[in-house]
Design a protein around this ligand. Structure first.
Ligand code: PMP
Length: 392
């Protein structure tokens, strides 16, 4: 039976990590994998999370099952940050549940959409590759539109055309902020227009918010999500705490449904709970419990927000340095100054990306995507010089 299985291609980024680890050059630079790094190249546990974990060890008196919805204290404590303090549940129309990371939340959103008879998912490309992989696994057709133009601005015409062509069985998947892989986000004005267009198209929006706080700020990064939610009757929101609480391997995410009427929520959530049961039964507890303890404690919340500010500020400084360099050979680094989050794309060919790796020991994804946080005061000049050399 198992001989029927075909070999699958290796995950390109994981293969890149192996190559980087095996490279003996002391000044090699890893810009591949998507985790935040400090100016010293480290990905530390947040101080606020460490403190919450200590509390958890002391105070947690049981590890008995919680149910498919996970830690509802965590899910609810996050809501004012996601949906705004004024109306965190939109008058009883929003309910959530815990999920294993942003990925688990997306799996749940897309599976629920399919159950509700969605057939096609409209996605701007390039996108995070797992969006298309999950859709393919669920038998959902992906309808692509161009996310950004070569000059580093969003392609609103392509989005308008995609929404004009949308039908009754379509949903649109939008990155809430810090677009992965381009770093090119919609402006508040763009979001105002998108909210109107999605509402006119009468299709289900699915908003993926995996980097809140890493772009412009916690409220600023939620602008688009909140703007769309006030314009439409129904929406799904996929949230990850893995970046903004530094919890990557602990798999911390939340999934939220906004229904047309509060009375619709029990029926919808019963489907989401059934899907969770069939997929992972219950989400892992530890990371979400730590986030809940941070959000329940004013001092820890302030510490967490301060740590998040420092991360965002460091990435802004790296971006400002790249933008100040302007042209590196034929590559214009200036647009990166206005982009957001962990990622940007350096417009290099596959051959040039290979040359960056082989000649200069600089590891980046084949698409030219770089992790901005992989750059430090100690290596950024080398990076800019290498781009100038390969794109001479
Ligand atoms: N959405 C996007 C756009 C992402 O980039 C990622 C992670 N890289 C996720 C979702 C999933 O995050 P998690 O690690 O929490 O599953």
């Amino acid at each position: 039976m198992l001989t029927n299985l075909q070999q699958q291609p290796a995950d390109a980024l994981l293969a890149l990590i192996k190559l980087h680890n095996a490279d003996p050059r002391p000044d090699k630079i890893d810009l591949g994998v998507g985790v935040y790094r400090t100016g010293q190249g480290e990905t530390p546990v947040f101080g606020a999370i460490k403190a919450a974990e200590r509390k958890l060890v002391e105070e947690q008196d049981s590890k008995a099952y919680l149910g498919p919805e996970g830690d509802m204290g965590f899910v609810e404590a996050l809501m004012p940050y996601v949906f705004g303090k004024d109306s965190p549940d939109m008058g009883g129309r929003i309910e959530g549940m815990q999920a294993p990371g942003g990925t688990g939340s997306l799996r749940l959103a897309l599976a629920l959409a399919r159950r509700a008879n969605v057939k096609r998912i409209i996605v701007g490309v390039p996108s995070w590759p797992n969006h298309a992989q999950i859709c393919a696994d669920l038998g959902l057709e992906v309808v692509e539109f161009n996310h950004a133009r070569a000059d580093g601005t969003v392609d609103m015409d392509a989005l308008r055309a995609a929404l004009a062509g949308a039908g009754a069985e379509d949903a649109i998947l939008l990155h809430g902020c810090c677009h992965n892989p381009t770093g090119i986000d919609y402006s508040p004005g763009d979001w105002d227009e998108i909210a109107g267009l999605v509402s006119e198209a009468k299709i289900l929006p699915i908003i993926d918010l995996a980097y809140q706080g890493l772009g412009m700020g916690m409220d600023e990064d939620a602008y688009g999500l909140r703007r769309v939610l006030v314009a439409v009757p129904e929406a799904l929101v996929c949230y990850s705490c893995d970046k903004n609480f530094g919890l990557y391997r602990d798999r911390v995410g939340a999934f939220y449904v906004m229904a047309a009427e509060p009375a619709d929520l029990p029926r919808i959530m019963s489907n989401a709970h059934a899907l969770a049961r069939a997929n992972w039964s219950q989400p892992p507890d530890h990371g979400a419990a730590a986030v809940r303890l941070v959000l329940e404690d004013e001092t820890l919340t302030a510490q967490w927000l301060d740590e998040l500010d420092q991360m965002r500020e460091r990435m802004r400084q790296v971006r400002a340095r790249l933008a100040a360099a302007g042209k590196a050979g034929t590559v214009d680094l200036a647009p990166m100054g206005g982009q957001n989050g962990l990622f940007s794309i350096v417009p290099l060919s596959k051959e040039q990306v290979l040359e960056m790796r082989e000649k200069h020991g600089i590891y980046m994804a084949g698409s030219g995507r770089i992790n901005i946080a992989g750059l430090t005061a100690g290596n950024i000049d080398k990076f800019i010089a290498a781009v100038a050399a390969v794109a001479a």
